[in-house]
Every structure is written in structure tokens, then in C-alpha cells.
Design a protein around this ligand. Structure first.
Ligand code: NAD
Length: 410
């Protein structure tokens, strides 16, 4: 069968042929090692689950140090790679080292911004046997949808003393002093834009995901008690969208509290961000999908990952309406480059999410079962071995190989 590219519906869902072309970026530092282990595992699972009827056709795109080496200096993110990501629409990406000095601020951020991958999706699920600070980590099954394009993260800021910062301060002190506002002249200035459009497309994606995957609730996480017109609006716009577009499928927590029957509907609730941190640790079973603005989501995602084995076990994806890039959540760990040592699980689990996104659930489930078996035997990479009693340390490639052996036994 001829390999084909994945197409997208106008609602932002992929149309997946049996032989799709999936783009990949190997990544820098330890990227090639974890990518190689991941690809072997994904291919073995797909082969085992569908016996040749389905197969991923990998298409390499260059970025980072490899692109600079092959195409010339300052080619960290070649135009051809961006076009390739746009064209193929689904990609698996290893971590890229942020270049030091001038030029591009971060290749990873540039990919998200240029391709408008507006949702950072971070599933947080427990795999039995992993080290966890929780007494009942098996109760954790969260998926965090973090807005990726707005908020103080949009990078609109100026240093203290900069002419533009001073001009904004002068304007505010002159025109808004009537509101009691006075900003010190030596202040740095950052701007926090949050829009109805940006919020609602993120919440829409979170609601669709929760409905599709049978989660019981979506929680809007915000700091609207203090930042009323940005974070508070995130909450309002979220409810507004649900009311306008999903009224038949969603019930609000307020309605439940006033005695209405949930009728099997998805529950929409909201929590203030600081409370959410507590809730996630004390009562994780009460939460499913979380939708958050950019900065809250950043903190929350890493804290949540720590509950179920840390960043080495945390998958991630950056998704828009026409493109989805699945990627490890950690960086390129350059000090371990070439040592065949680091844990490939974050990228493998990102690959599992990619398989689920393609609708290839059987292959995805098999990899999770294989992971459970290998971790049960306490054969793990160094990062887990040092936290697990009686564990034997194995290399990155060996860990991948053990997963393939388990897959072959199914
Ligand atoms: P890092 O995540 O690369 O590494 C920090 C430490 O975490 C490592 O020294 C190692 O001890 C541990 N670690 C990371 N990945 C591991 C794995 N798979 N298995 C076991 N241990 C692991 O963070 P850093 O050193 O701050 O960043 C290195 C580079 O990666 C920087 O240039 C940074 O900008 C970049 N980065 C890229 C991404 C991305 O591509 N999405 C994300 C974060 C950082």
C-alpha cells in the first residue's frame, strides 16, 4: 500500500489512512537515542496490533543541531521543516537544545507559535510500580490542556529602564492615576493579553477531548479572584462557550449543587489555581480534564507529572486545528548525550498519545501493558532505578528492547 499523508476535517480531527506518513524530528543531545528506542517500540506495537494492515511511514525533518550541521549555521529551524510539519500534519519530536546567543529564542516555542499549536496537552496517568509521593497514585488520571499562545508567556515585555517600558509607565501614571495606579519608574513591564478567541478555542478542544474519551469533568483553572479581567475572563468565556455550543452535553457544577440530576452529562466546574494544586494532590479522583491559561498550566503540568514518576515519564503534545506535534516534556539532557542512559519513556508515552490521536487504540494499549510489565520487573533506566527498591538499571536502548520483547509475547 502507498504511504499517504494524514488529512484534517474542518473541525480539526485527523483523517488517518492505514499507511500514514508521520513526520519526525530526532532532537538534539539525547534526542536521537530516545527517538530510536521510541520508533522501535511504536513500530513493533503497530505491527503486533495490525499485522501489516497498518504501518507508520516515518519522514524525517531536520531541526536543531543536525539541521545546522547539514544545512549550515543558523539553520535551526529551516523553512522546509516548518512546511513539512504543516504538510504532514502529525509529527513526533525529540527535545531540541535552545541555541545560546542571538538568533532564534527557542526552536520549540517558534514551532508552536508559527504553526499556531494553541493547546499544550499533558496527560498525567499512573503506571503501576513507578515511584510516587502519593499514597494512592493510581487515582491520578488527569489531562491538562494548557493555552499555548497568550498570557504573560506571549513574551511582550521590556526591561527596567528601557525607553518603551518608561513610555508605558509615563502613560499609565499620567492617564490612570485617577484609578489610584502608580508604577515605579524603575519597573520592568510585562503584558498579559488573554482573549475570548484564544480561551474559547482551547476550552473547546478540552471539552471535545473529555466528551470523546469519556471523562466525567472539565475544570477551568484560573486566578480570577485576583486577575479579574484576564484570568476571571478565562473562566467566564469558558462557561460561555459551553453554554452556547455544548448545552445538551454539559452540566455546570453550580446546577448540580442546586439539586439538578447530572443525567450522565459532562460536568464543567472551575477552581482557583492555588486551590487546584491542593486538590490535585489531595483528591485527584475528582478531576479529569483541566483547562488552564498558559502560566498556571506551566506550573501545574510539571507538578502533576511529579505525582506519577516525574518528567522522564510525562508525555506531551502541542496541537492546533491542522497540525499536532507530539513531544517529550523534558529537554535534550546534553550531559548524557551518547551514553545510552536516559529514559525514553516520555517520548514513548508521547508516541502512545499520538497513536490514540490517530485512533490506533489497540497499539497504544499494548505499549502501556508492556511498560507495566517491564516496570513490574524493576528493569528501568537510571532515573527510576535510583528511586525504586531492588531495581536493576538498564540502558535506554535495552529498555526499548525489553518493551519490544514484551510486545512480541502478546
Ligand atoms: P533537561 O530536561 O534536558 O535535563 C535536566 C536534567 O533532567 C538532566 O540533566 C537529567 O538529569 C534529567 N533528565 C532529562 N531528561 C531525562 C530523561 N529522558 N531520562 C532521565 N533523566 C532525564 O533540561 P535542561 O538541562 O534545562 O535543558 C537542556 C536543553 O533542552 C536546553 O537547551 C533547553 O532549552 C532544552 N529544552 C527543550 C525542551 C523541548 O524540546 N521541548 C524542553 C525543555 C528544555
Amino acid at each position: 500500500m502507498e504511504p499517504e499523508k494524514i488529512r484534517w476535517t474542518k473541525e480539526g480531527n485527523p483523517i488517518v489512512p492505514d499507511h500514514p506518513i508521520v513526520a519526525y524530528i530526532e532532537g538534539d543531545g539525547t534526542g536521537p537515542e530516545i527517538f530510536s528506542a521510541t520508533r522501535t517500540v511504536l513500530d513493533a506495537a503497530v505491527e503486533k496490533a495490525y499485522g501489516g494492515k497498518r504501518k507508520i511511514h516515518w519522514k524525517e525533518l531536520l531541526a536543531g543541531e543536525k539541521a545546522c550541521k547539514e544545512l549550515g549555521p543558523d539553520q535551526h529551524l529551516p523553512q522546509e521543516t516548518l512546511e513539512g510539519l504543516r504538510y504532514y500534519g502529525v509529527a513526533l519530536k525529540g527535545p531540541l537544545t535552545t541555541p545560546v546567543g542571538g538568533g532564534i529564542r527557542s526552536i520549540n516555542v517558534a514551532i508552536r507559535q508559527i504553526l499556531d499549536l494553541y493547546a499544550c496537552i499533558r496527560p498525567v496517568r499512573y503506571i503501576p510500580g513507578l515511584p510516587s509521593p502519593l499514597r494512592y497514585p493510581e487515582k491520578v488520571d488527569l489531562v491538562i490542556f494548557r493555552e499555548n499562545t497568550e498570557d504573560v508567556y506571549a513574551g511582550i515585555e521590556w526591561p527596567a529602564g528601557d525607553e518603551r517600558a518608561k513610555e508605558i509607565i509615563r502613560f499609565i501614571n499620567k492617564h490612570l492615576s485617577g484609578d489610584g495606579i502608580k508604577i515605579g519608574e524603575d519597573s520592568a513591564i510585562g503584558i498579559k493579553p488573554m482573549s475570548r478567541f484564544g480561551t474559547q478555542r482551547l476550552v473547546d478542544m478540552a471539552l471535545r477531548y473529555a466528551l470523546k474519551h469519556g471523562y466525567k469533568s472539565v475544570t477551568l483553572v484560573h486566578k480570577g479572584n485576583i486577575m479579574k479581567f484576564t484570568e476571571g475572563a478565562f473562566r467566564e468565556w469558558g462557561y460561555e462557550l459551553a453554554r452556547e455550543r455544548y448545552r445538551d452535553k454539559v452540566i455546570f457544577e453550580q446546577e448540580l449543587l442546586s439539586g439538578q440530576d447530572p443525567q450522565g452529562k459532562l460536568i464543567l466546574k472551575d477552581r482557583i489555581a492555588d486551590n487546584m494544586f491542593q486538590q490535585m494532590i489531595l483528591r485527584p479522583e475528582e478531576y479529569g480534564v483541566l483547562a488552564t491559561p498558559n502560566l498556571n498550566g506551566d506550573y501545574l503540568s510539571d507538578a502533576a507529572a511529579a505525582l506519577v514518576g516525574g518528567l522522564g515519564m510525562a508525555p506531551g503534545a502541542n496541537v492546533g486545528d491542522r497540525c499536532a506535534v507530539f513531544e517529550a516534556t523534558h529537554g535534550s539532557a546534553p550531559k548524557y548525550k551518547g551514553l545510552d542512559k536516559v529514559n525514553p519513556s516520555s517520548l514513548i508515552l508521547s508516541g502512545v498519545e499520538m497513536l490514540r490521536f490517530l485512533g490506533w487504540e489497540e497499539a497504544a494499549d499494548m505499549i502501556i501493558l508492556a511498560l507495566i510489565k517491564v516496570i513490574e520487573k524493576r528493569l528501568v533506566t537510571y532515573d527510576l532505578a535510583r528511586q525504586m527498591k531492588g531495581a536493576t538499571e538498564v540502558s535506554c536502548s535495552k529498555f526499548g528492547g525489553l518493551l519490544v520483547e514484551e510486545l512480541e509475547r502478546f
